[in-house]
Design a protein around this ligand. Structure first.
Ligand code: SAH
Length: 258
């Protein structure tokens, strides 16, 4: 980032799922070069304070205001890193910054803007469990904050019909516990009771917990807002081992090599 020191810039960076070892060197370099870090409170808390670095922790509900504030700081010559957990392009701040850019003043468009990828929760969870996303898959955000519930149900239904493995972000909140129950009912109807489902909670943190059960035994309270849920396709298999099961989807749609 040294060539960028003389003028303002903005990097929208992913901090990965939790473990320091999963923060990319590119993101670490951007944080080292930054004058300002902006983001939701728990994500900013993951950045070590140091002299010359201004931390701007903010509430999660004001994404667009936060994005506009970050762009304006960069326009004033500051070196700004906007932090997200996981990857910033997956249900996170990168799209919010570009929405603010598109709606904002013309001078913002001359800014040096970069998106620095991170390891998204879906991939960290998948790696811990084995390789459930080894064949075609889709990712769906189950939060109805930013889209109607009917669209969520439609996407889950069609994804199950298309026989994708499915990765679900934001499965369950205190505010709408019944939504995830309905998704589980829909999945059982479409995929049957034997289909494996993974609940991966707080992956890559000290509280990490993995659970694989057949859909028939899945309960909504197995997930919370720190849980990534992955449902296998019809090909997904479980290898039972003393050290814990492995969940994987074979590379070929005709099944595992025999
Ligand atoms: N940008 C983030 C996702 C933000 S949406 C990313 O790329 O990972 C927030 C959702 O991500 C949570 O509700 C949860 O479903 C999932 N999530 C984030 N971190 C997680 C972790 N360490 N373990 C399990 N799920 C996680």
């Amino acid at each position: 980032m040294s060539a960028r020191q003389d003028r303002g810039w903005i990097a929208i960076a992913g901090l990965g799922p939790g473990d320091e070892a999963m923060v990319t060197p590119e993101v670490t370099a951007a944080l080292d070069a930054a004058s300002d870090v902006i983001g939701y409170i728990p994500y900013v808390a993951r950045v070590a304070p140091r002299e010359g670095l201004v931390l701007h922790p903010s509430d999660n509900r004001v994404e667009l205001d936060r994005a506009a504030a970050a762009l304006e700081l960069a326009a004033q010559g500051r070196r700004v890193v906007v932090v997200s957990s996981g990857d910033p392009g997956v249900f996170a701040m990168a799209a919010a910054v570009f929405e603010a850019l598109e709606a904002g003043p013309a001078h913002w468009r001359d800014l040096d803007i970069r998106v620095l990828p991170g390891i998204t929760a879906m991939l960290a969870a998948s790696a811990r469990a084995g390789a459930p996303l080894g064949h075609d898959f889709c990712a769906i955000n189950l939060s109805d904050n930013l889209k109607p519930w009917s669209l969520i149900e439609k996407r889950v239904r069609l994804a199950a019909e298309a026989d994708f493995a499915m990765a679900f972000y934001n499965p369950r909140s205190k505010a709408r516990p019944e939504g995830f129950e309905r998704v589980l009912d829909l999945l059982r109807a479409a995929c049957g009771d034997q289909r494996p489902i993974l609940f991966a909670r707080a992956v890559a943190t000290p509280e990490e917990q993995l659970r694989i059960v057949p859909l028939g035994q899945a309960r909504a309270d197995m997930a919370d807002m720190r849980t990534m849920v992955i449902v296998g396709s019809s090909l997904t298999r479980v290898i039972e081992r003393a050290a814990g099961p492995i969940l994987y989807t074979p590379r070929s749609a005709s099944g595992p090599a025999s």
